[in-house]
Design a binder for this molecule. Sequence first.
Ligand code: FAD
Length: 306
Amino acid sequence: MKNYDVIVIGAGPGGMTGALYASRANLSVLMLDRGIYGGQMNNTAAIENYPGFKSVLGPDLAKDMYDGATQFGAEFAYGSVDSIEDHGDHKVVKTDDGDYSAKAVLIATGSEYKKLGVPGEDNYGGRGVSYCAVCDGAFFKNRDVIVVGGGDSAIEEGIYLAGLASKVTIVVRRDQLRAQKILQDRAFANDKIEFVWNTNVTEIQGDKMKVTGVATHNNQTGETGHLDASGVFIYVGTLPMTTAFTDLGITDDAGWIKTDDHMATAVPGIFAIGDVRQKDLRQITTAVGEGGTAGQAAFNYLETLK
Ligand code: FAD
């Protein structure tokens, strides 16, 4: 089994920053990810709120962060982590491709899209139902699409889709948006975007091959209806990627990992970073800040083992 000072699980912005700080402190570091480095940045077109850039493409920022994270010797390996065994002064990280050992572990596995949970959603996945406008928006050029949700991701991606689609209808289950004011202002000013308020999507409908629209229910009037569309983009929240860590007793009831200000969990030597944490603001800036804190905290923890 290969041994490291620090293993970082998840190579999104948080994990890559943790790896940068730990390796620059001269620790041996392995980043493990079940996919390509970059995490959710790979699903984001223009990032306009990362300091130092007026606007930067997500995959470009991911590549720059990866180059920075590996410049002091941090390694990267593919592997989907199934569990962590805590043996006090060392931890065993078990993956689908073998086991690794480390004195400290940084968990930076992020979160994933919540499904709407309505009939048709699974059937039409990849045939009109999407959770990523940047990935799939181009398939809907000059066609009508629906966005479900009222938070930052829904509005941000609705604006992105308006640059491609002929019309974007945003279906919101409340009478107002949760998204940041600047995003709301942009969406309201965009004449390709329409809003349908107080409405739940109750079914994704199609012709068996592809999506043709959605069934709706107005939760104020009780009225039911149908909206035509070729694509349905769903942004109704996120779930923590923590099933591999539930046995450690470090998560809250909803599955988010609890930490202190040093990103330390209840298990000494295990830290958590970024979207996977119990916190308010899930963004790249917050993930990288926590990555720096956790990388340094791991160094301090290793000093206590000497
Ligand atoms: P993630 O980026 O989610 O990375 C987690 C990594 O862990 C992934 O690579 C995943 O493959 C890996 N992983 C998960 N489980 C395992 C496992 N068991 N084993 C191995 N690897 C695993 N933020 C901004 O600041 N500005 C924006 O403009 C912006 N736009 C966004 C647009 C969209 C559509 C989305 C979805 C998000 C956006 N965000 C934006 C949010 C931002 O992308 C996240 O806050 C940020 O990526 C979180 O970083 P992270 O490192 O915590 O996790």
